[in-house]
Design a protein around this ligand. Structure first.
Ligand code: S3P
Length: 446
């Protein structure tokens, strides 16, 4: 097991970049595989989750060439995938599994899909339900009202649907839109609160027939599209750890270059601004339909805020690190309407609360969120990740402002989204010597 040993620090003045956006990297491989011709991806996230997506598509006959700075996906069009000889393995990646279900449902072959023990606990009915409405035949492990991996998908003819999303989830929305690429006619999804829209932007960029009007998106199926060049910006969900580092570590100034600032993802900036953060978004540009900018962060005196409603899907992956910021803010921060956190890589309401409490935070767990009262002088101790990358990284940042040493146990999971995270923290973080980056080796395996 790999641990991070974190010591308190101050005066962090640095300029960094963070690895490519995970959501965009997954989609670039998937949509590139379904396009005709080459898709060139710059800035691809080489983390384990996106490697799992590449491996799944390779198993279905798609050639993916890995260069130093670029990945080339040799797309074969909407009818180009082949039956895999063995089960597709998504590892720890919920996005790979849920989005691929939409694609596999529309094939003329049968697939089996599975993942690690955490994936096998994540609810799949949210995707399987609407796909069944489209005519898909998907079976899995039924427990109560839900269904779990391993799953078997007998691909076939799909019919378009008009689907109102009961939960704000980009994974569900994307799975339906991707299935819609294979259905004859117009598949529509309607959201209550907008979740990340990378699928819609990328399909439009590739020339698929997709329209988005307000909270309604529709795709016209069975229309081929061509490969394209994608520039993946840095992942704001990874930048979030260094944004909070810059805010809470005394006398710091951090510039993070080339961060994706798609408005469906920038809720963290809105929340932190309301908390009184000195964060500037500079030099914004748009490339391959996705905005990106440099972000300058200066240490700030934060205050507690109430966080609920439409912003929740825009901060869903950032809530653990927002909770860390809240421990250093004056007053009460209340997060509500975030029950979805309970079905992420870990039950993040429970895991954030228990680990921050170990560090001395004043935090109360709610059914759908948490209440944090600050500021608290945290005290270093041993905490664990529960195999969840976002918990591991959030606790490491908390350790930077704790008194004494903090040991974050079981941090191998960080590889899923942020290879090199510990190294980027500099001298105040010792990566356990056993910690190895096998990333490149794994990545080039066919
Ligand atoms: C993602 C959507 C979100 C997010 C996940 C990535 C995506 O999940 O938590 O890390 O790439 O579509 P939900 O759609 O389940 O909220």
């Amino acid at each position: 097991m790999v641990n991070l040993i974190v010591n308190p620090t101050s005066g962090v003045k640095t300029e960094i970049s963070v690895p490519g956006d995970k959501s965009i990297s997954h989609r670039a491989v998937m949509i590139g595989a379904l396009a005709n011709g080459d898709t060139v991806i710059n800035g691809f996230l080489t983390g384990a989750d996106c490697q799992a997506t590449i491996k799944c598509f390779r198993k279905m006959g798609i050639e993916v060439q890995i260069g130093n700075d670029q990945i080339i996906v040799k797309g074969k069009g909407l009818k180009g995938l082949k039956e895999a000889k063995e089960a597709l393995d998504v590892g720890n990646s919920g996005t790979t599994m849920r989005l691929m279900l939409g694609i596999l449902a529309g094939q003329n072959f049968t697939s089996q899909i599975n993942g690690d023990s955490s994936i096998q606990k994540r609810p799949m009915m949210r995707v399987v339900g609407p796909l069944r409405e489209m005519g898909a035949s998907i079976s899995g492990q039924v427990r109560g009202e839900n269904v779990y991996a391993p799953l078997k998908i007998i691909g076939g003819k799909l019919s378009p649907i008009k689907y109102g999303l009961p939960i704000a989830s980009a994974q569900v929305k994307s799975a339906i839109l991707l299935a819609g690429l294979f259905a004859e006619g117009k598949t529509t999804v309607i959201e209550k609160n907008q979740a990340r829209d990378h699928t819609e932007r990328m399909l439009s960029y590739f020339g698929a027939n997709i329209q988005v009007v307000g909270l309604e998106s529709w795709v016209l199926g069975q229309k081929e599209f061509s490969g394209a060049e994608i520039h993946v910006p840095g992942d704001i969900s990874s930048a979030a750890y260094f944004i909070v580092q810059g805010l809470i570590v005394p006398n710091s100034e951090i510039l993070i270059r080339n961060v994706g600032v798609n408005p469906t993802r920038t809720g963290i900036l809105d929340v932190l601004h309301r908390m009184g953060a000195d964060i500037q978004v500079l030099d914004e540009t748009i490339l391959s339909e996705e905005p990106r900018a440099n972000i300058l962060i200066k240490t700030s005196k934060l205050k507690g805020v109430k966080i609920e409603g439409a912003i929740i899907p825009r901060i869903i992956d950032e809530i653990p690190i927002i909770a860390v910021a809240a421990t250093q803010a004056e007053g009460v921060t209340e997060i509500r309407g975030a029950k979805e956190l309970r079905v992420k890589e870990s039950d993040r309401i429970a895991t954030v609360s228990s680990e921050l409490r170990k560090l001395g935070a004043n935090i109360k767990e709610l059914d759908d969120g948490m209440i944090i009262e600050g500021p608290t002088k945290l005290k270093g101790t041993t905490v664990k990740s529960y195999g969840d990358h976002r918990i591991a990284m959030a606790m490491a940042i908390a350790g930077l402002v704790a008194e004494g040493q903090t040991v974050v146990e079981d941090t191998d999971c960080i590889e899923t989204s942020f290879p090199g995270f510990g190294e980027r923290l500099g001298n105040c973080c010792i990566v356990d010597p056993q910690y190895q980056f096998n990333n490149e080796k794994d990545f080039n395996e066919t």
